[in-house]
Design a protein around this ligand. Structure first.
Ligand code: 5GP
Length: 196
């Protein structure tokens, strides 16, 4: 998605060889019109999958997930991060190690909002090592629901997440795939650039 790549180049701040800050449009401030175009893009990429629900993780996944749900015409559920390991009977839960915070969190979704009849699309902001995505996959498995795919706004292709998800045969779509953040520069994957 060229408009996204342009926004990353213009507004993204490379903090290190592995971390990029995109607070201006994704992780702190949200541009609703731009976010809506992201939702429409995901909706096109997963059209025909019979999706009944979008699942994301609070908080940065919520904006792109809501716009995708709006475009697909389905409800959006966000997994909550819980401090406590005390699990409630009415919740599905999974442990997720946070790449940016370097700590483990429990994420949880009420059993009221996902069940075995659902066909779920996971949407998230950034894919790094895939922990957040795999935690949500785990929750979908616990619910007995079908996973239709995972849509990620920005993928860091040089980290493990992409491979971990694809090895499981999951349909993964990313709107911008970063190949490298070396020397303070963002380089996108050429394969993706060629296919656009
Ligand atoms: P993963 O679970 O794939 O290792 O990490 C994904 C989560 O960590 C994302 O939802 C995102 O919030 C955060 N994250 C990972 N890498 C980055 C990064 O380079 N920049 C920002 N802003 N967030 C990141």
């Amino acid at each position: 998605m060229n408009s996204l790549k342009q926004k990353i180049l213009e507004e993204g701040k490379v903090l290190s060889d592995s971390v990029i800050k995109v607070d201006t449009f994704l992780n702190h401030q949200v541009d609703p019109v731009f976010m809506q175009s992201i939702g429409e893009e995901f909706s096109k990429l997963f059209t025909g999958s019979g999706i009944t629900k979008v699942l994301t993780l609070e908080s940065s996944g919520i904006a792109p997930a809501v716009m995708t749900g709006l475009s697909l015409g389905v409800p959006v559920v966000f997994a909550r991060k819980r401090q406590s390991l005390t699990l409630h009977e009415q919740m599905y839960s999974a442990e997720v190690y946070s790449y940016t915070k370097q700590e483990a969190n429990n994420i949880a979704v009420s059993k009221d909002y996902i069940d075995a009849h659902d066909r779920v699309l996971i949407i998230d902001d950034i894919l790094a090592n895939g922990q957040a995505a795999l935690g949500m996959v785990n929750i979908i498995d616990q619910a007995g629901a079908a996973l239709e795919g995972i849509g990620v706004v920005i993928e860091k292709g040089f980290q493990e997440g992409r491979e971990a998800l694809r090895k499981r045969g999951i349909h993964v779509e990313t709107l911008a795939s970063i190949e490298s953040l070396a020397d303070g520069h963002v380089t996108f994957q050429t394969k993706e650039a060629l296919s656009e």
